[in-house]
Design a binder for this molecule. Structure first.
Ligand code: DUC
Ligand code: ZN
Ligand code: ZN
Length: 484
């Protein structure tokens, strides 16, 4: 009756930890029971944790940066690396650059994503919200199940300005979609860049100085205010500061339709890593930048107490060579060095080891942060949990093995990992996507292109009442309808 039975394991969901077996039929979980006999294939999960396959909600795959640098990972290598890291699906970005039509962007990414070994969707990055984009192309994207997109408050070539952001928030809300935002104050960063350049301070470590914590905090506060004004859902990506996280926490308490993530690099690394000899610091350049020990501790407390829906990798793989970090030369000043670091395979082993094994978070929180919340926020309704009818996206973890992080174990197309040498306990040994084993004890079992595009549902706003600004409420604004 079952194609596959996973037996004798400890099952973990965001709400429960229990002994049980899983029966899989036609790519979906058909049964969960204390014991299930039979099955064409039986996987012994004795002594193992059986959890929903991770959903990586923040990754840059086969994407050109605004200055034209292509990521080292394409949809094959990026998805293989994700699978080795315990993920069964991911949502990379499809990036619109100014002047491009969204239809064309999506056609390009549809071509690139054919190679994925795991299921996928895209968040759409909008940098040019023309009338055609707002009125025609975004509604077409929503219709095919692309229900989230990212906007930037920084970078001259990407930043929309507050009015552009309000337009995007309003269109997204009208369709039940969610706007994601990279929140850093562009003018503060540019001012810092000018000051540092005038003093000749352009080594990689000054990247961390050029993007102050206050630049993130100011922009998060503004982004929340913009979203509140039009009562639209907002997701703040890669929160890196204690102040920013506290603003998110406060706004959530106020009922704002707000979601947020942080990333392992902000929990594990600091700006001292940018101060390595020579140009080594370039490996640790990401935006927002790495901070300090106190910030790490504060961010962990926010992970523990529910400020963040997810811990995402922000995998942005630029190699330590002329194809990635050094397209502007081997000694380029930091503003000309590509921003971003790899981490799609390290995200979950890091979170498991430093979170669960270190006693900071529970197993249930691990599942919520790695899969369940992303599925709910981004509308992957058949993924992110273990229940009959769900996709059989499953990761079987050995919680007892300790390994040192190596580049080879990342299985990506990179020439470094910023997590090199870290000792982590817990390994995803077997990973399934829709019932197919994709990784088994260090061996890839998936074929190129077997991942499928996942049309996504609209954002789940349960428990988020929102906010009605008086000036947008017809009961208080002389009966004026300003936004839907
Ligand atoms: N933002 C990201 O989300 N990733 C890489 C660089 C950036 O600015
Ligand atoms: Zn960003
Ligand atoms: Zn990113």
């Amino acid at each position: 009756m079952f194609d596959t039975v996973i037996h004798s394991g400890t099952l973990v969901t965001a709400s429960d930890v229990f002994r049980g077996d899983i029966g899989i039929k036609d790519g979906r979980i058909a049964a969960i029971a204390e014991t299930i006999s039979g099955g064409d294939r039986r996987i012994d999960a004795g002594g193992r944790l059986v959890m929903p396959g991770g959903i990586e909600a923040h990754a840059h795959i086969a994407q050109e940066s605004s200055s034209g640098v292509m990521t080292a990972d394409d949809y094959y290598t990026g998805s293989v690396s994700a699978a080795f890291g315990g993920n069964s699906s991911f949502i990379p970005f499809a990036g619109q650059h100014r002047g491009q039509s969204v239809d064309d962007v999506l056609a390009t990414y549809d071509e690139r994503s054919r190679r994925s070994v795991i299921d996928y969707s895209y968040h759409l990055i909008i940098s040019d919200p023309t009338e055609a984009v707002l009125n025609d192309e975004l509604p077409r994207a929503f219709k095919r199940g692309i229900t989230s997109f990212k906007v930037f408050m920084t970078y001259d070539l990407m930043n929309l300005g507050d009015g552009g952001m309000l337009d995007i928030l309003t269109v997204a809300k009208a369709h039940g979609a969610i706007t994601m935002v990279h929140a850093e104050n562009n003018e503060m960063v540019k001012w810092m860049n000018r000051r540092l350049a005038a003093k000749g301070l352009t080594a990689p470590r000054y990247h961390a100085i050029s993007r102050p914590e206050l630049a993130e905090e100011e922009a998060i506060n503004r982004a929340i205010s913009l979203a509140k004004l039009v009562d639209a859902p907002l997701f703040i990506v890669h929160v890196s500061t204690a102040g920013g996280a506290a603003l998110v926490q406060r706004a959530k308490l106020d009922g704002v339709k707000l979601f947020a993530e942080t990333c392992p690099q902000y929990l594990a690394l600091t700006r001292d890593d940018l101060d390595r000899p020579g140009m080594e610091g370039a490996k640790f350049m990401c935006s927002p930048p790495l901070r300090d020990r106190e910030t790490q501790q504060a961010l962990w407390r926010h992970v523990q107490s529910g400020t963040f829906e997810s811990v995402s990798s922000d995998h942005a793989p630029y190699r330590y060579d002329a194809s990635g970090k050094f397209t502007a030369g081997p000694d380029a000043p930091y503003p000309k060095i590509a921003n971003g670091m790899p981490g799609i395979a390290a995200r979950l082993p890091y979170l498991f080891s430093e979170g669960v094994v270190a006693g900071r978070i529970s197993l249930k929180q691990f599942v919520a942060l790695s899969a369940t919340n992303a599925a709910q926020t981004f509308g992957m309704t058949a993924k992110g949990s273990l229940a009959p009818g769900m996709d059989a996206d499953i990761a079987i973890w050995n919680p007892d093995v300790t390994r040192k992080v190596t580049l080879a174990d990342q299985h990506d197309n990179m020439d470094f990992t910023p997590f090199e040498g870290m000792e982590l306990t817990g390994v995803p040994e077997i990973v399934l996507n829709r019932g197919n084993i994709i990784v088994e004890h260090g061996t890839l079992r998936a074929a190129e292109g077997q991942g499928r595009f996942v049309p996504r549902a609209t954002v789940d706003l349960t428990g988020k009442p929102g906010y009605l600004a008086k000036e947008l409420d017809p009961a208080h604004n002389f009966g004026t309808r300003i936004a839907p």
